[in-house]
Design a protein around this ligand. Sequence first.
Ligand SMILES: [Mg+2]
Length: 237
Amino acid sequence: MSRPAPLGVVVDLDDTLYPQADYLASAAAAVGVAAGHVGLDGAAVHAALRRELAAGSDTGGTIDRALLAVGVPASSLAGLVPPLVAAFTRHTPPRLSPYPGAEDALRALAAAAPLACLTDGNPAIQAAKVAATGLGPLLPVVVVTDTLGGRAVRKPHPAGLVAVAARLGLPPERLLVIGDRPGKDVAVAATAGARAIRVRQGEYATAPDEPRAWAVVDTFPAAAELALSVLGVPARA
Ligand SMILES: [Mg+2]
């Protein structure tokens, strides 16, 4: 079965362009400092939060669980959690190194086709991450799904991909999505009948291929090379 060639590329951010664990470590350290300011053992809170984040960064309530783990009574959470969540949310990582070769690969994609980033999360945090990677100039179009309707429209909800397609002026089915999470990046592509390349790296590197991606690779540069090989190039006069 042949499909028309993709005309634009959509890349995920976390664990696709840079290792999200680096951001989480940096944010957890900031929460540890803030915990010290409210009279808690900052180092213990930092360590507990890192354990919670390692167990699953996408589950919510990680700060609550970290405080309970260091012996904070449940009755004190309501007062202690908000300033620590604020410290997490406001944290601006100074520098997040992209995966090896990711910057050059992104530059090659940007030169070849319309390119956008589609990412889930707190919009301020996602913007701070893009800035810290230094990849912002290569990503003039960044759509954070949460700005379209909160957590309910995070991938694989189709709203983000539809918004990206509109920004790029392309039909959603002619986009090629590159991302690390089958259940988000591959699944959102499937909602539009678009192709997806799964990059097997980061927290979900060993997750099953469900749904199945058009291709599976081990690095972002490998994904970009594959994308470049299938992109529809406008006919030259
Ligand atoms: Mg990701």
